[in-house]
Design a protein around this ligand. Structure first.
Ligand code: ZN
Length: 183
């Protein structure tokens, strides 16, 4: 009993450290919606989708989801993630990190191309990311996004999700429901 509680405490503390780490790294960033919401809302939304909508309890997936944009959008390095959270979690984060030295269209194409070959855990993070983002584009799109741009975002997100189908039918169904919000 006590051992179980200690284990739970360990897992909780690791997860809380990841939230604190991501909140610090994203502290000066805002989302692109009209109200410029705090960036950290986005990774928290992903974890909420995975845990409370998808029923995922794999802590590596949940921690990687909280950290998933730290390398892509802040100065966080792989070494830092390895030191703080271990190689396994750092690897998942890197699997869902775009190469920002490439032009945006090329990055989008590569996401579609790579979706099938990333690990199962990375697929779950990517799937939750696409669910969160299409919901955001439907309900509070980035300021200045035209209708065709919003539609193109939905279509691209679906092409990425189509590449990883089979990983978690319930979450894929949640994506398909969110896709119905396509403007
Ligand atoms: Zn994201």
């Amino acid at each position: 009993m006590e051992q179980g509680q200690n284990l739970l405490k360990d897992v909780m503390n690791r997860f809380i450290s990841a939230i604190a780490f991501a909140a610090h790294k994203h502290r000066d960033q805002r989302r692109k919606d009209a109200t410029a919401s705090p960036y950290i809302n986005h990774p928290i939304t992903l974890v909420n989708i995975l845990a409370n909508e998808g029923g995922i309890d794999d802590m590596r997936v949940l921690i990687a989801a909280i950290l998933h944009d730290t390398v892509e959008d802040t100065e966080t390095t792989e070494q830092e993630l390895v030191r703080e959270f271990g190689q396994e979690i750092a690897t998942i984060v890197l699997e869902v990190t775009d190469d920002k030295t490439l032009p945006s269209e090329e990055r989008k194409r590569l996401q579609i191309e790579h979706a099938a070959s990333i690990s199962r855990r990375a697929k779950l993070v990517k799937l939750a990311d696409k669910i969160a983002n299409v919901r955001d584009v439907a309900s509070s799109p980035p300021a200045g996004w035209s209708l065709p741009r919003r539609q193109a975002y939905f279509d691209w997100a679906k092409a990425v999700v189509d590449g990883l189908r089979g990983v978690h039918p319930a979450l894929e169904h949640i994506f398909d429901e969110a896709f119905k919000l396509r403007p």
